[in-house]
Write a protein that binds this ligand. Structure first.
Ligand SMILES: C[S@@+](CC[C@H](N)C(=O)[O-])C[C@H]1O[C@@H](n2cnc3c(N)ncnc32)[C@H](O)[C@@H]1O
Length: 311
């Protein structure tokens, strides 16, 4: 099976600034690449909670089972958040899909691989992408593709889908991708015409944006003083929510945004791992209200910013 190459590894470690005795949470464990490096920096009193809603990620977490500092919770962030203790020294959410999900045709995430139209990160969930594509009324389907895919041709694509499903159900990624391509005028496109529709369905099936909007402030409230939240997003809808939520939290005076602009992959990483090209990383730190100007936290934040976070 495909291995996931973790993105922005050094930037994640710098963002978390791991304290050897701290308690951390990796809410998107995936292949465990980031978790492994965090564990390596923890001392005997440090703790790492890993979680993911994917069964393949759960299986990968088995590799750390003998490490008593590590525990794994299978479930979506919104379902496991209450199991994560308060007073976190940091947490990481590396959102999006793992290579294990994307490259396995039978997971149905990719228009480049032909497989069942599935797209569930948690295969215990009932609704698949095929259910939406075959059952949503045309108008709702078009709105979904427009909102979550920012697809200007959403109405044309929805029309193609509805016409095709009257003949027979659309059950494969290949069939859906073909309909998207048919909806596009020739030579109108720079990216594959299926890209945005697939993104929209994946976001809808996995409730990605609502999760972020509602759970990010709750997770931030679990941070101890000086604790860090590191979030990596892969498309503008997600990044916008992270940016606005961080800004709102910083306006309370309890948090400081360490990355005025998101950190992105360096040229070398972009070349070696194309998946890193759309990654944007933002960091938030919890501070003490009132004591901000001379606090040690302030010095830590300045040091982080100078290191290349492009304030
Ligand atoms: C980009 S991968 C993470 C890769 C990981 N950082 C590594 O180093 O291997 C994203 C993972 O997050 C999981 N995921 C995405 N959204 C989630 C959510 N709301 N709740 C739980 N897991 C989620 C996916 O199942 C996937 O395994």
């Amino acid at each position: 099976m495909e291995q996931h190459i973790p993105v922005l590894m050094e930037e994640v470690l710098e963002g978390l600034a791991v304290r050897p005795d701290g308690t951390y949470w990796d809410g998107t464990f995936g292949g465990g690449g980031h978790s492994g490096r965090v564990l390596a920096q923890l001392g005997p009193d440090g703790r790492l909670h890993g979680s993911d809603r994917d069964d393949v990620a759960e299986a990968r977490a088995g590799a750390f089972a003998s490490d008593s500092r590590f525990s794994f919770h299978r479930g979506a962030i919104e379902d496991v958040i209450d199991l994560i203790p308060n007073g976190l020294a940091g947490f990481l959410w590396d959102l999006g899909t793992s290579m294990m999900q994307l490259k396995e045709a039978d997971r149905g995430f990719s228009f480049k691989e032909d497989g069942p139209l599935d797209m569930r990160m948690d295969r215990r969930q009932e609704t698949t992408a095929a259910d939406l594509v075959n059952n949503l009324p045309e108008g709702e389907l078009a709105d979904l593709i427009y909102m979550y895919g920012e697809e200007r041709l959403s109405r044309r694509i929805a029309r193609q889908i509805v016409a095709a499903r009257q003949e027979h159900p659309i059950e494969t990624t290949g069939a859906l991708a073909e309909l998207c391509r048919r909806a596009y005028p020739k030579r109108y496109h720079r990216i594959d015409p299926a890209t945005r529709t697939f993104q929209a369905l994946r976001i809808a099936i996995n409730n990605e944006l609502d999760m972020l909007r509602h759970q990010l402030p709750r997770a931030a409230a679990k941070l101890a003083e000086g604790g860090r939240a590191v979030i990596i997003s892969f498309h503008s809808l997600e990044d916008r929510i992270v940016k606005h939520t961080f800004r709102e939290l910083s306006e309370t005076g309890e948090f400081a945004v360490l990355t005025k602009k998101p950190r992105v992959a360096a040229e070398e990483e972009s070349r070696l791992n194309p998946a890193s090209r759309s990654a944007k990383l933002r960091v938030l730190e919890r501070c003490i209200p009132g004591s901000e100007p001379r606090s040690k936290g302030r010095r830590r934040r300045e040091a982080y910013r100078k290191k290349g976070a492009q304030p």
